[in-house]
Design a protein around this ligand. Structure first.
Ligand code: E4P
Length: 217
Protein backbone atom coordinates (compact mmCIF):
# COMPACT_ATOMS: atom_id res chain seq x y z
CA UNK A 1 0.00 0.00 0.00
CA UNK A 2 1.32 3.41 -0.93
CA UNK A 3 1.50 6.10 1.75
CA UNK A 4 0.43 9.60 0.82
CA UNK A 5 0.72 12.38 3.41
CA UNK A 6 -2.37 14.51 3.89
CA UNK A 7 -0.87 17.90 4.67
CA UNK A 8 0.59 21.10 3.19
CA UNK A 9 3.16 21.29 6.00
CA UNK A 10 6.46 21.07 4.11
CA UNK A 11 8.59 20.31 7.18
CA UNK A 12 6.31 17.44 8.22
CA UNK A 13 6.44 16.00 4.69
CA UNK A 14 10.26 16.27 4.67
CA UNK A 15 10.62 14.42 7.97
CA UNK A 16 8.61 11.45 6.66
CA UNK A 17 10.20 11.62 3.22
CA UNK A 18 13.67 11.21 4.74
CA UNK A 19 12.49 7.83 6.06
CA UNK A 20 11.10 6.80 2.67
CA UNK A 21 7.52 6.94 3.96
CA UNK A 22 6.08 9.30 1.34
CA UNK A 23 4.83 7.99 -2.00
CA UNK A 24 2.72 11.08 -2.64
CA UNK A 25 0.94 14.01 -1.01
CA UNK A 26 -2.67 15.16 -0.81
CA UNK A 27 -3.76 18.69 -0.06
CA UNK A 28 -7.17 20.35 -0.02
CA UNK A 29 -8.35 23.97 0.37
CA UNK A 30 -8.61 23.58 4.16
CA UNK A 31 -5.03 22.27 4.42
CA UNK A 32 -3.74 25.10 2.20
CA UNK A 33 -5.59 27.62 4.40
CA UNK A 34 -4.06 25.99 7.50
CA UNK A 35 -0.56 26.33 6.02
CA UNK A 36 -1.11 30.08 5.59
CA UNK A 37 0.81 29.91 2.29
CA UNK A 38 0.10 30.62 -1.37
CA UNK A 39 -1.25 27.47 -3.04
CA UNK A 40 1.10 27.59 -6.03
CA UNK A 41 4.17 28.38 -3.97
CA UNK A 42 3.66 25.66 -1.35
CA UNK A 43 2.54 23.07 -3.90
CA UNK A 44 5.61 23.74 -6.04
CA UNK A 45 7.84 23.27 -3.01
CA UNK A 46 6.16 19.94 -2.23
CA UNK A 47 6.45 18.78 -5.87
CA UNK A 48 10.18 19.57 -5.90
CA UNK A 49 10.68 17.32 -2.88
CA UNK A 50 8.27 14.45 -3.66
CA UNK A 51 8.44 12.78 -7.09
CA UNK A 52 5.12 10.94 -6.62
CA UNK A 53 1.62 12.34 -7.21
CA UNK A 54 0.82 15.60 -5.38
CA UNK A 55 -2.89 16.44 -5.27
CA UNK A 56 -3.95 20.07 -5.64
CA UNK A 57 -7.66 20.78 -5.44
CA UNK A 58 -9.83 22.95 -7.69
CA UNK A 59 -12.46 25.21 -6.11
CA UNK A 60 -14.78 26.04 -9.03
CA UNK A 61 -18.23 24.44 -8.95
CA UNK A 62 -18.77 24.08 -12.71
CA UNK A 63 -16.88 21.71 -15.00
CA UNK A 64 -15.41 24.45 -17.20
CA UNK A 65 -14.10 26.27 -14.14
CA UNK A 66 -12.60 23.07 -12.72
CA UNK A 67 -10.95 22.28 -16.05
CA UNK A 68 -9.45 25.76 -16.29
CA UNK A 69 -8.22 25.66 -12.69
CA UNK A 70 -6.93 22.12 -13.16
CA UNK A 71 -4.89 23.11 -16.20
CA UNK A 72 -3.48 26.06 -14.28
CA UNK A 73 -2.53 23.90 -11.28
CA UNK A 74 -0.97 21.30 -13.61
CA UNK A 75 1.52 23.96 -14.77
CA UNK A 76 3.12 23.84 -11.31
CA UNK A 77 4.84 20.48 -11.95
CA UNK A 78 4.53 17.24 -13.92
CA UNK A 79 3.51 15.27 -10.83
CA UNK A 80 0.46 17.40 -10.02
CA UNK A 81 -2.74 15.40 -9.59
CA UNK A 82 -5.79 17.56 -10.11
CA UNK A 83 -8.39 17.05 -7.41
CA UNK A 84 -12.03 17.57 -8.31
CA UNK A 85 -15.13 16.92 -6.18
CA UNK A 86 -17.42 13.97 -6.77
CA UNK A 87 -20.26 15.98 -8.30
CA UNK A 88 -21.73 15.60 -11.76
CA UNK A 89 -19.66 18.63 -12.83
CA UNK A 90 -16.58 17.10 -11.22
CA UNK A 91 -17.08 13.91 -13.22
CA UNK A 92 -17.29 15.94 -16.43
CA UNK A 93 -14.06 17.71 -15.53
CA UNK A 94 -12.45 14.36 -14.65
CA UNK A 95 -13.31 12.95 -18.07
CA UNK A 96 -11.82 15.95 -19.90
CA UNK A 97 -8.69 16.26 -17.77
CA UNK A 98 -7.84 12.54 -17.83
CA UNK A 99 -8.45 12.67 -21.61
CA UNK A 100 -5.64 15.22 -21.74
CA UNK A 101 -3.37 12.70 -20.04
CA UNK A 102 -3.47 14.36 -16.62
CA UNK A 103 -3.79 12.57 -13.27
CA UNK A 104 -7.13 13.25 -11.56
CA UNK A 105 -8.13 12.51 -7.97
CA UNK A 106 -11.90 12.53 -7.49
CA UNK A 107 -12.49 13.54 -3.90
CA UNK A 108 -15.33 13.69 -1.36
CA UNK A 109 -16.56 10.19 -2.19
CA UNK A 110 -19.02 8.69 0.28
CA UNK A 111 -20.72 5.82 -1.60
CA UNK A 112 -19.74 2.87 -3.75
CA UNK A 113 -21.96 4.16 -6.54
CA UNK A 114 -20.04 7.45 -6.58
CA UNK A 115 -16.80 5.47 -6.80
CA UNK A 116 -18.22 3.47 -9.72
CA UNK A 117 -19.00 6.69 -11.59
CA UNK A 118 -15.51 8.07 -10.94
CA UNK A 119 -13.94 4.92 -12.38
CA UNK A 120 -16.19 5.13 -15.45
CA UNK A 121 -15.08 8.77 -15.88
CA UNK A 122 -11.45 7.58 -15.93
CA UNK A 123 -10.30 8.85 -12.53
CA UNK A 124 -6.70 8.07 -11.61
CA UNK A 125 -7.63 8.02 -7.91
CA UNK A 126 -10.90 7.85 -5.99
CA UNK A 127 -10.82 9.33 -2.49
CA UNK A 128 -13.44 7.81 -0.15
CA UNK A 129 -13.51 9.75 3.15
CA UNK A 130 -13.63 7.08 5.85
CA UNK A 131 -13.27 9.31 8.92
CA UNK A 132 -16.15 11.57 7.93
CA UNK A 133 -18.39 8.52 7.46
CA UNK A 134 -17.41 7.24 10.92
CA UNK A 135 -18.27 10.72 12.26
CA UNK A 136 -21.90 10.16 11.28
CA UNK A 137 -21.96 6.63 12.71
CA UNK A 138 -21.47 4.83 9.40
CA UNK A 139 -18.60 2.44 8.67
CA UNK A 140 -15.99 4.09 6.48
CA UNK A 141 -13.93 0.96 6.06
CA UNK A 142 -16.96 -0.97 4.82
CA UNK A 143 -17.05 1.50 1.92
CA UNK A 144 -13.40 0.76 1.08
CA UNK A 145 -14.17 -2.97 1.00
CA UNK A 146 -17.18 -2.40 -1.27
CA UNK A 147 -15.19 -0.27 -3.71
CA UNK A 148 -12.34 -2.80 -3.73
CA UNK A 149 -14.78 -5.56 -4.66
CA UNK A 150 -16.49 -3.51 -7.38
CA UNK A 151 -13.24 -2.32 -8.94
CA UNK A 152 -11.84 -5.86 -8.90
CA UNK A 153 -15.06 -7.25 -10.44
CA UNK A 154 -14.52 -5.12 -13.51
CA UNK A 155 -10.74 -4.58 -13.51
CA UNK A 156 -11.01 -0.81 -13.14
CA UNK A 157 -7.56 0.76 -12.97
CA UNK A 158 -8.69 3.67 -10.75
CA UNK A 159 -6.70 3.49 -7.53
CA UNK A 160 -8.51 3.51 -4.19
CA UNK A 161 -7.00 6.31 -2.13
CA UNK A 162 -8.37 5.88 1.40
CA UNK A 163 -8.79 9.41 2.75
CA UNK A 164 -9.94 11.19 5.89
CA UNK A 165 -7.91 8.70 7.90
CA UNK A 166 -7.98 9.45 11.62
CA UNK A 167 -6.92 6.24 13.35
CA UNK A 168 -4.37 3.44 13.34
CA UNK A 169 -7.22 1.03 12.69
CA UNK A 170 -8.07 2.91 9.48
CA UNK A 171 -4.48 2.36 8.28
CA UNK A 172 -4.48 -1.33 9.16
CA UNK A 173 -7.90 -1.99 7.67
CA UNK A 174 -7.01 -0.13 4.46
CA UNK A 175 -3.96 -2.38 4.06
CA UNK A 176 -5.92 -5.55 4.89
CA UNK A 177 -8.69 -4.70 2.43
CA UNK A 178 -6.15 -3.94 -0.26
CA UNK A 179 -6.62 -0.21 -0.79
CA UNK A 180 -3.99 1.01 -3.25
CA UNK A 181 -3.15 4.10 -1.22
CA UNK A 182 -3.80 5.54 2.23
CA UNK A 183 -3.45 9.26 2.80
CA UNK A 184 -3.05 10.23 6.42
CA UNK A 185 -1.91 13.17 8.53
CA UNK A 186 1.76 12.96 9.57
CA UNK A 187 0.72 12.36 13.20
CA UNK A 188 -1.19 9.17 12.27
CA UNK A 189 1.73 7.80 10.22
CA UNK A 190 4.19 8.50 13.04
CA UNK A 191 1.90 6.96 15.66
CA UNK A 192 1.96 3.65 13.72
CA UNK A 193 5.40 3.08 15.27
CA UNK A 194 4.21 3.45 18.85
CA UNK A 195 3.14 0.73 21.28
CA UNK A 196 3.20 0.84 25.11
CA UNK A 197 4.68 -2.67 25.25
CA UNK A 198 7.53 -1.52 22.99
CA UNK A 199 8.26 1.30 25.45
CA UNK A 200 7.91 -0.98 28.47
CA UNK A 201 10.09 -3.67 26.88
CA UNK A 202 12.79 -1.17 25.99
CA UNK A 203 12.75 0.23 29.50
CA UNK A 204 13.24 -3.27 30.93
CA UNK A 205 16.09 -4.08 28.54
CA UNK A 206 17.90 -0.84 29.38
CA UNK A 207 17.56 -1.39 33.12
CA UNK A 208 18.99 -4.92 32.83
CA UNK A 209 21.74 -3.69 30.52
CA UNK A 210 22.77 -1.02 33.03
CA UNK A 211 23.35 -3.80 35.61
CA UNK A 212 25.97 -5.43 33.36
CA UNK A 213 28.16 -2.31 33.31
CA UNK A 214 28.98 -3.09 29.67
CA UNK A 215 29.19 -0.66 26.74
CA UNK A 216 28.80 -1.36 23.03
CA UNK A 217 30.72 1.74 21.93
C1 E4P B 1 -8.01 13.78 1.34
O1 E4P B 1 -7.56 13.94 0.23
C2 E4P B 1 -8.47 14.86 2.19
O2 E4P B 1 -7.56 15.91 2.08
C3 E4P B 1 -8.49 14.46 3.65
O3 E4P B 1 -8.15 13.12 3.84
C4 E4P B 1 -9.68 14.91 4.41
O4 E4P B 1 -9.54 14.51 5.76
P1 E4P B 1 -10.44 15.09 6.92
O5 E4P B 1 -11.80 14.47 6.83
O6 E4P B 1 -9.74 14.68 8.18
O7 E4P B 1 -10.50 16.58 6.73
Amino acid sequence: MKFFVDTADVDAIRELHELGMVDGVTTNPSLIAKSGRDIKEVTREICEMIPGPVSAETVALDADGMIAEGRELAKIADNITIKVPLTWEGLKACKVLTGEGRMVNVTLCFTANQALLAAKAGATFISPFVGRLDDINLDGMELIAEIREIYDNYDFSTEILTASIRTLNHMKQAALIGADVATAPPSVIKSMAAHPLTDKGLDGFLKDWAKTGQKIL
